[in-house]
Design a protein around this ligand. Sequence first.
Ligand code: GLC
Length: 603
Amino acid sequence: MDYAEFVSRLNQHYDELKWLYCELYQNDMMAFRYFVDMLRRSYTDRKQELRDLDHERLADPEWFRSNRMLGMMLYVDNFAGDLQGVRVRLPYLQECGINYLHLMPLLRTVKGRSDGGYAVADFREVQPELGTMADLEALSDDCRQAGISLALDFVMNHTSEDHEWARAARAGDPVAAARYFFYDNRDIPDQFEKTVPQVFPTTAPGNFTYLEDCGRYVMTSFYPYQWDLNYANPMVFNDMTENLLYLANRGMDVIRLDAIPYIWKELGTDCRNLPQVHTLSRLIRMACEIVCPGVLLLGEVVMEPAKVAPYFGTREKPECHLLYNVTTMCSTWSCLATHDVRLLMRQMDQLSALPRSYSFQNYLRCHDDIGWGLDYPWLEQFGVKEVAHKKYLNDWFTGKWPGSRSRGELYNDDPTLGDARLCGTTASLCGMEVDEELGFLADRMLHAWMFTQSGIPVLYSGDEIAQENDYSYHDDPDKCEDSRYLHRGRFDWALARKRHDPGTIQGRVFEMLRQLETIRASQPVFCADAAFFAFPTGSDRVLGIRREREGDRLTALFNFSEEPVTLHLEGEEASDLISGRKLDLTNVELPEFGFLWALSRTD
Ligand code: GLC
């Protein structure tokens, strides 16, 4: 064993590691020594192939910022039954051009109390119906061979009430109880409730759950069966970091830090994004840099932009490698419903002001609802009010608004705050259930827009064959309360088989995506290090984006409305990347939901 490498990486971070750890845990040196020893154990546990990959990635730290990256997220059971099934289906994913695969939670959980796998009962065991840890490792080996990076959730804010710590706590073990937030009466819970908002106001109201069998209250910010871990206890942090490194050592390339803004709780605050959360994520980053430096951290920070960017940390003290581009996603759907792109232009101005080294994961849909976290203070100047606007968006996307062809469903409708969120697949929200042709055009324009953004584009499985909503969850007692299952349907292989038939919608969408992805991968102007900014097109219906890199200039236009628009832009001669034809930007006609990728040279 080459401990010299471990020692040298540890030494590189030692002062900061010790400083932050001791500050957070009041100089608990025993806990710190345990932490360092745990890092050494985890380093020893890392197999040679993974260490080789670490070295490769250390030599090319920008590997995930290439224009060739293309992601997909999927549920193992919906897509292929189990992990072995995913191995068999890898050629399909390769045909889709995927080289980054996010597997939705697959660790042991209890049916009916699983929150889609986000209530983990054992961080080292795969859900038996999906396979075993050995199957997961075998899949990761296959993926590595195929050049596909694997991402897995690390659900760190809470455990399932069925986790062994929770069971021991419930049975009266005080050491186990100290891993959670346990209270004998409602005094402290009531104080928390005064300042802490609710994550699931309708499906899981309140932030505490009363445990009848032991007569105590436990903090449950999400569902009542998801018990919040207390990270003020260093044993929790030590053991959870060890669990994270265990998964990294099974061959995961990207670890998604689920619900990270929530992991530190403090009375009198909203318990979101507290400074200690950043100390913890910095400590986790250093732990990975010591044990598995090839592994990336993807922060799940579903918050407004000002709260998101701090999770990148600073240049000298980085935290997450990747963050979700959540505001762009929400703003995109909002602009589709209003046929007005000014909100996205504003959002692009904010994004292009960030350092180009920040890397985002871009997406149109994922397994969660759309939360309408828009820039309301800015929208106010146009007379747009938060509650009324959310109501409009929800009416539009549930098809209630006259003229809308969208077919979504509400999620966690909170009538007191007027704060409903929204569910549905990309195809259904684009209106394909009602009008296939217009739905296709909107779907194509939105995907082209997603591929234009800097970062890693991630498709939601099923979108490549325009899969529509799955209404069958209404009849499943374990799912019917949670409308997110509307867009968590089984992957339809019968539809997927039509993907090569250009006469079908599946064939058209599949081919269209392949074309866009291939162009993106072949043009360096799509690299994450390109300059990227929005420009006024003369029409509030058309979003204009420029990307510039080494003399290449991409002018991208997206018509968010159902009306054709003619634009007169300044500009040099360009070529249309889709048709290959020469273009005159001084006179551009964009049909309904049309888009354009025009490439020119600035020199
Ligand atoms: C994250 C997941 C979501 C889950 C929640 C609780 O936000 O994306 O699906 O319900 O965490 O773990």
